[in-house]
Write a protein that binds this ligand. Structure first.
Ligand SMILES: Cc1cc2nc3c(=O)[nH]c(=O)nc-3n(C[C@H](O)[C@H](O)[C@H](O)COP(=O)(O)OP(=O)(O)OC[C@H]3O[C@@H](n4cnc5c(N)ncnc54)[C@H](O)[C@@H]3O)c2cc1C
Length: 400
């Protein structure tokens, strides 16, 4: 059996190693358009490679996938983070867990993962064709011809592991397979908000904000960071992933709501009223409530048209109302997106409907398989994107 794997990234290499380990008699060739393997692994996790996440319940794990949640359940029942940890441990790479569940090689160096893979590939005699770009896959009499920038190669089975491609045109090499491409748009990004006063607070964060797009009925909770252009932080990045498609359709213009303190308007109005009664003579600017950073409190007073020099006894009912509103439902229009440099992925790709997730084989073309980010699957940050790459690749090796 002659197997061609298109793409020498995380998914393609993991598939190659696992197939060749299980079937030493198969010939496995990785076709990579660049002159290097595993380039994203190298830069991933800030150079540390967040390999997977400390989560061993497939039902819980799939909640981290805005796209692919349902389909990945069966995949994770076959190969999940516990298996990833064991796979690397067997090859001498120990993974450690951080407080938030992210798992990295103990060395804190992505090169450890790359070296492990390269060592396995050498041991298993896996062939790699570098600087070879597949331009067309032609299914022909139970086999495939891969047209490349160099020459044509015949294979009995083909695995597509080309990763997330940022335009529909880049999927044109799949045109002869008949597969549907869900148009790619970015996921995992930060939001721009046009407000110079807000930008001046860059670097300030709150630990438990609730950010939402009321029109889209999407909401996330967690740390929020103010940036020079708008807002970022885990809650924002998560929200961007779940809203990725909607926001692209709306050209990244949508009303965002920030609840800085995770409290309800009524509760806060009541608390502000009580505070006023007990602190009549105190100045608003000197009495920072809800453990907010001082400058953020002043900003919210300003946004509520309240003079910070006022004493609490001079705070009108109307002003108190506005302050409670800005603390719990600060509404602003986002004006665009900025890349989240630590990790970004593509929402979109090969339609999930046309893949049998028990085997990762195409439902349209027998002998054609898909793994990794080329599929319309993507996750939140935390090691989940790599886990999807390892798991989908491993399922192929068990079923090819
Ligand atoms: C900066 C950054 C940091 C990240 N950090 C993390 C992290 O710490 N943890 C995590 O879980 N995820 C992380 N991710 C996401 C993760 O890197 C991807 O989800 C993962 O690499 C997908 O693996 P893949 O093999 O499907 O695609 P890729 O890794 O993109 O590999 C695809 C390969 O296919 C090749 N290729 C494409 N088209 C062709 C063609 N026509 N012919 C031949 N070869 C082709 C490409 O050159 C590439 O080498 C990060 C992403 C970025 C951008």
């Amino acid at each position: 059996m002659k197997i061609g794997i298109i793409g020498g990234g995380a998914a393609g290499i993991f598939a190659a190693i696992n197939i060749k380990s299980k079937h030493p008699d198969y010939s496995v060739t990785v076709i990579e358009k660049s002159n290097k393997l595993l380039q994203k692994v190298k830069i991933s996790g800030g150079g540390r490679c967040n390999v997977t996440h400390y989560c061993f319940d497939p039902k819980e794990l799939v909640q981290n996938y805005p796209r692919g949640k349902k389909e990945l359940l069966s995949v994770f029942h076959q190969f999940q983070p516990a298996d990833t940890i064991e796979w690397f441990a067997k090859r001498g790479v120990t993974l450690k867990v951080e407080e938030d569940g992210r798992m990295f090689p103990e060395t804190d160096n992505s090169q450890t993962i790359i070296n492990c893979f390269l060592h396995e590939m050498e041991k298993l005699h896996i062939e790699v064709l570098f600087n070879t770009s597949v331009n067309n896959i032609i299914p022909e009499n139970n086999r495939f011809i891969l047209e490349t920038n160099k020459q044509n190669y015949p294979f009995d089975a083909v695995i597509v592991a080309t990763g997330g491609l940022n335009t529909s045109e880049k999927f044109s090499f799949l045109k002869n397979t008949g597969h549907t491409i869900i148009p790619p748009v970015p996921s995992l990004f930060t939001f721009k908000i046009n407000n110079k006063n807000l930008h001046q607070l860059a670097g300030i964060s709150v630990q438990n904000a609730v950010v939402s797009f009321p029109n889209l009925k999407l909401q996330q909770q967690g740390p929020l960071l103010i940036t020079h252009q708008g807002i970022s932080g885990p809650a924002v990045i998560k929200l961007s992933a779940f809203a990725a498609r909607h926001l692209a359709d709306r050209k990244y213009k949508e009303t965002i709501r920030i609840n800085w303190i995770d409290s309800s308007f009524d509760e806060v109005l009541h608390e502000l009223g009580n505070f006023k009664l007990l602190n009549e003579g105190k100045k608003l600017k000197n009495t920072v409530l809800y453990d907010l950073p001082k400058r953020l409190w002043w900003f919210l007073l300003q946004e509520s048209n309240i003079n910070e020099e006022l004493s609490w006894n001079n705070l009108s009912k109307k002003s108190m109302h506005r302050l409670a509103e800005n603390l719990t439902a600060y509404n602003r229009q986002i004006s665009g997106r900025s890349p989240f440099k630590e990790e970004f992925v593509t929402c979109g790709g090969v339609s999930r409907k046309e893949i049998d997730f028990r085997t990762m084989q195409s439902k349209l073309v027998p002998g054609l398989f898909f793994c990794g980010e080329v599929i319309d699957i993507d996750a939140l940050t935390g090691g989940f994107n790599f886990q999807a790459a390892w798991s989908t690749a491993r399922v192929i090796s068990d079923n090819i």
